[in-house]
Design a protein around this ligand. Structure first.
Ligand code: SF4
Length: 315
């Protein structure tokens, strides 16, 4: 499995980097900033996902160092762009996963932005399964995934939680250096839906999800047209039953040249996007409503920001 790090094409960047470094044992970093050495910033229960994922006892999250997308506004910039995270062995990760399953009773294991470490993720899922743990495995993804990697992932995943960030190619180029995002992400989500269907808890009204796809969209300040067109594309492609999560928690973590990106979203922006989702007729919506006063709105959004320099990044 680790040979997938050779001439790496795990994500659509297709860097071709020799991350394995058979000759020097070190390997070269690709766009994601990582070699074949597994690096993780946090393993633990997390309660900030949608209710069928977090449930009462939390989702067992694994946050990796590095990222194949590296958005300029990343809410997890400490780990995606700035290298925070520590090296860990496959055995070490497996032990931590078993600890949070047994001690914290998490509902699932949730690999967050894992695609640049897919080989290690697949191996750790195999170890969990071999040790008798059958809780659902979720992949929390950017949407910018290679179909070939998803085909391998099919046997090691139950729940896909992809973003659909952009319908606007120039915005995708500006903020995430990937003008091809809209087409690639729609194709990737179609493959995820082909494999797992829609999130089962939405179809059966059960409290916790065990399988399926839930798509997320984060509204960006000053970019409502992007959001509106993104929702329209999702509706046309997948229909009204697609489980969709609309998020309003954007917080400016870094200074942007684009002035809009230095503020949280406004009530009006949220309302436009939310009304559009209702007008289209999405039937399985998860909605994160913004706080109504601007002062507490700032506070509310910043409260979602993790600090990965702390032992408990989510407070
Ligand atoms: S996972 Fe990293 S090295 Fe591999 S293609 Fe993507 S960005 Fe490049």
């Amino acid at each position: 499995m680790l040979e997938l790090y050779e001439n790496c094409s795990l994500c659509p960047r297709l860097c071709g980097s020799d991350r394995l470094g058979k000759e020097d044992g070190i390997g070269k970093k690709g766009f994601c900033g990582e070699t074949h050495k597994l690096r993780v910033a946090y393993v633990g229960p997390h309660f900030g996902e949608e209710p069928p994922i977090s449930g009462k006892t939390g989702s067992g999250t694994v946050f990796f160092a590095g990222c194949s997308l590296r958005c300029s506004f990343c809410q997890n910039h400490q780990i995606s762009n700035e290298g925070l995270g520590g090296e860990i062995t496959l055995e070490g990760l497996s032990k931590k996963l078993e600890d949070i399953i047994l001690n914290d009773n998490v509902h699932n294991i949730n690999f967050v932005t894992p695609d640049h470490f897919f080989p290690h993720v697949f191996l750790s899922v195999s170890i969990l399964r071999a040790n008798g743990f059958d809780l659902p495995i979720a992949y929390n993804l950017s949407g910018y995934q290679a179909i070939e990697s998803l085909r391998i992932a099919e046997d090691f995943c139950d729940i896909y939680l992809p973003d659909f960030k952009y319908s606007d190619t120039s915005l995708a180029a500006r903020l995430s250096s990937c003008a091809d995002y809209p087409g690639i992400a729609l194709g990737a989500i179609a493959e995820m839906v082909r494999q797992k269907g829609f999130l089962d808890s939405c179809l059966t009204d059960s409290d916790l999800a065990r399988k399926g796809v839930l798509v997320r969209h984060l509204i960006l300040p000053g970019k409502t047209e992007n959001s509106i067109n993104a929702l329209t594309s999702l509706f046309l492609e997948f229909g009204p039953e697609l489980p969709l999560s609309i998020m309003s928690q954007y917080f400016p973590v870094l200074e942007h040249r684009d002035k809009d990106m230095n503020r949280i979203i406004s009530e009006e922006e949220f309302s436009r996007v939310y009304s559009h989702a209702l007008d289209l007729g999405f039937e399985n919506l998860f909605v994160q409503f913004p706080d109504s006063s601007s002062a507490s709105g700032q506070e509310a959004c910043s409260s979602f920001l993790p600090d990965f320099s702390k032992e408990r990044p989510f407070g």
